[in-house]
Design a protein around this ligand. Structure first.
Ligand SMILES: [Zn+2]
Ligand SMILES: [Zn+2]
Length: 394
């Protein structure tokens, strides 16, 4: 089995990794590079057989729907089979079809995605892939166990252990994965030590407290951070409003359609779709409103008593603190505001935990700006640092 990280060996984002045997070539993710500069445009990926038809390639698998893993989907040659989780596919379709960034070509390509299912192995050529549903700030995210040529490789994708379903990881590793030869592991927090010590449940508890203290709680959160949206919506007590707009509701409906049978957590919480006529009722009863940083919600924020309202900034701090960010101005529209966030990525301790659990002969970090730090958290392991485009035979 051969591996080549085309991009992402030393950066967070822009991901694309090739796995191949003599008969089969697969690529995992085709993502955009990330930057704090809002005008930044990712450079395109150029992978033979994927972005052209010069040599055979047999499929592209997506770990999850974040743009740093899917942003280059339209660069993939037409006809090359694509694979993703069923809910991830629906969320990608809803996002691509959303009014303010509608993209018919993207919608058409997303419609062609074939779904795989958690824990159910499938083969492409002579490579067997078992996708496992794991916890991340995108729901329906996957880790892949890849088996070919008598070798076992675990590709974690983006993951964490402190989310709503973080505890599932140990069970998957112990009962379905076991020992692997090679582990390719994301290492975001090696270079970006966010507040990964707080769990999503901690954030839910915190919101319960704010709802007691303030009549109006406004939450600015990524619309596709759906585990968090569900957790915070569930914190709203009976008799108070929980409000979101119709786009947010459509994303929640998709989650509920796919997963309500798996856990009551994913059954639709009581939530009202925003309309101007709702504001007088919200003024009267109070509660929680999911908002976005735009003029419409700026006008809404101005209508509420500043002493009785708080805005919770529930996204990565980097967007708020980057030079030229307009977010501080928006946040100041509420009477007070505070951060309410935890990382979508495993802490260094949790990375070490996963590494020990699968007992790999070789560990390769990616999706990090500090791959060299991985060796510090697992000194007993053989850690291999690779360059983008370097081909390894495992
Ligand atoms: Zn990522
Ligand atoms: Zn991600």
């Amino acid at each position: 089995m051969k591996v080549c990280i085309h991009r992402g060996s030393q950066e967070i984002g822009g991901m694309a990794t090739e796995i191949s045997t003599t008969k089969t070539r697969l690529v995992i993710d085709m993502g955009d590079q990330l930057s704090l500069d809002p005008d930044f445009v990712s450079s395109s990926l150029d992978i033979s057989g994927v972005t052209d038809d010069k040599i055979p390639c047999h499929g592209v698998l997506f770990t999850h729907y974040h743009g740093d893993h899917t942003g280059q989907i339209l660069a993939i040659r037409p006809g090359l089979p694509l694979y993703a989780g069923p809910l991830a596919k629906d969320i990608m379709a809803l996002t691509a079809g959303h009014s303010w960034k509608r993209n018919p070509a993207l919608s058409k390509r997303i419609a062609s995605i074939q779904s795989f299912f958690p824990g159910r192995p499938f083969t492409i050529g002579d490579i067997e892939i078992t996708p496992f549903s794991i916890d991340h700030s995108a729901c329906d995210s996957y880790m892949f166990l890849i088996e070919a040529d008598g070798r076992r490789l675990l590709y974690t994708g983006d993951f964490r252990l402190h989310g709503i379903r973080g505890k599932a990881m140990d069970k998957i590793l112990d009962t379905r994965v076991g020992k692997v030869h090679t582990l390719i592991i994301e290492g975001t927090t090696l270079s970006r030590p966010d507040q990964a010590s707080r769990t999503e449940w901690d954030l839910q508890d915190q919101v319960r407290k704010y709802l007691k203290e303030y009549k109006y709680v406004f939450v600015l959160c990524s619309t596709t951070n759906l585990d968090r949206i569900f957790a915070l919506a569930r914190a709203v007590p009976y008799g108070k409003y929980c409000i979101c707009d119709s786009y947010q509701k459509s994303l929640m409906d998709a989650v509920s359609r796919h997963w309500s049978g798996l856990s009551s957590f994913y059954q639709m919480p009581k939530i009202t779709t925003y309309g101007d006529n709702l504001l007088p009722n919200f003024q009267r009863l109070g509660g929680l409103m999911f908002i976005r940083a735009n003029k419409k919600f700026a006008d809404i924020l101005r209508q509420f008593n500043r002493k009785e309202s708080i805005l919770l900034y529930s996204m990565w701090k980097g967007y708020r603190t980057r030079p030229g960010s307009k977010l501080p101005e928006f946040l100041s529209l509420a009477g007070s505001w505070t951060d309410l966030h935890t990382s979508g990525h495993a802490s260094p301790e949790d990375l070490a935990h996963v590494i020990e659990r699968v007992d790999p002969d070789l560990v390769i970090p990616m999706h990090t700006e500090a791959p060299q730090r991985l060796a510090e958290i697992c000194p007993n392991r053989k850690v291999l640092l690779v360059e983008d485009g370097e081909e390894l035979t495992l």
